[in-house]
Ligand binder design. Structure first.
Ligand SMILES: [Zn+2]
Length: 254
């Protein structure tokens, strides 16, 4: 996923999955929130919806994405947020943390917390099995995650990473089924069937747009077997945290 390519954002969220998260956000935003920073807002599907009722600012690294944002916006990285400490009642960061390297992740968390006066709301893919969405470039052999995801989270990892008291947490969305790691490795390395990108994609190494997608009876069999008896999980994980000064009996009963 190339965040700087206009084509990435023109039809982002064709399945309307963001609406699911927006609905959840609308339900749980605490009544004392007036100002919001949407850090890593992308094309602003959520930012624009909240803009009607809140003083919301969108922040993203990609000018192409910010083209679609109707609220006040700033081009910046979540690892270096150009606002003073405690500038916003709530800082939200949706579908961003999974894209960061370990070092950037630590830095982003520091920045998100620094800019929040009260709350932090994050959403990430839930216990994503990163290997299932690896694509392989047909021209240079480079192997990478179709959506650029580098991190996988569950609730306990988020709790540990963010360090504040969690006041709400929920998994939601369509259910995905895990894949047997051994069969997946066999399918990719021996049968040469990798993930089929379902969005415009260019190899980050050579810019090729050709990917290895071999499909035959054997890959079909492995695909059927690979998910047999495996657990399903809702696709998204969302959680809200309160700054230390907000701690106490503030759990939201949802
Ligand atoms: Zn390549």
């Amino acid at each position: 996923m190339d965040i700087f390519a206009p084509e990435t954002w023109a039809a982002y969220d064709p399945d309307g999955l963001i609406a699911l998260r927006l609905e959840q956000i609308n339900r749980i935003l605490p009544p004392d929130v007036k100002t919001i920073l949407d850090a890593g807002c992308g094309n602003g599907v959520i930012t624009n919806a909240l803009h009607e009722r809140y003083d919301v600012t969108g922040l993203d690294l990609s000018p192409a994405a910010l083209e679609y944002v109707k609220a006040p916006k700033v081009i910046a990285s979540v690892t270096a947020i150009p606002f003073p400490d405690a500038s916003f009642d709530l800082v939200m960061c949706n579908e961003v943390l999974e894209h960061l390297s370990d070092a950037d992740l630590a830095q982003a968390v520091t920045e998100l917390k620094r800019c929040s006066a009260r709350y932090l709301l994050v959403s990430v893919p839930n216990r994503e099995q990163l290997e299932t969405e690896l694509v392989r470039c047909q021209d240079c052999g480079h192997i990478f995650h179709a959506y650029g995801h580098l991190q996988s989270f569950d609730l306990s990892r988020l709790d540990f990473l963010l360090g504040w008291q969690r006041i709400w947490g929920q998994t939601l969305g369509p259910r995905s089924r895990d894949f047997s790691p051994a069969l997946l490795s066999f399918r990719q390395k021996v049968l040469q069937q990798w993930f089929k990108p379902d969005l415009p994609l260019a190899c980050p190494n050579c810019r090729s747009r050709k990917f290895r997608l071999r499909k035959n009876l054997l890959t079909k069999a492995v695909n059927a077997l690979g998910r047999l008896g495996r657990k399903t999980r809702p696709y998204w994980l969302m959680a809200m945290y309160a700054t230390p000064s907000q701690r106490g009996d503030r759990s939201i009963g949802l």
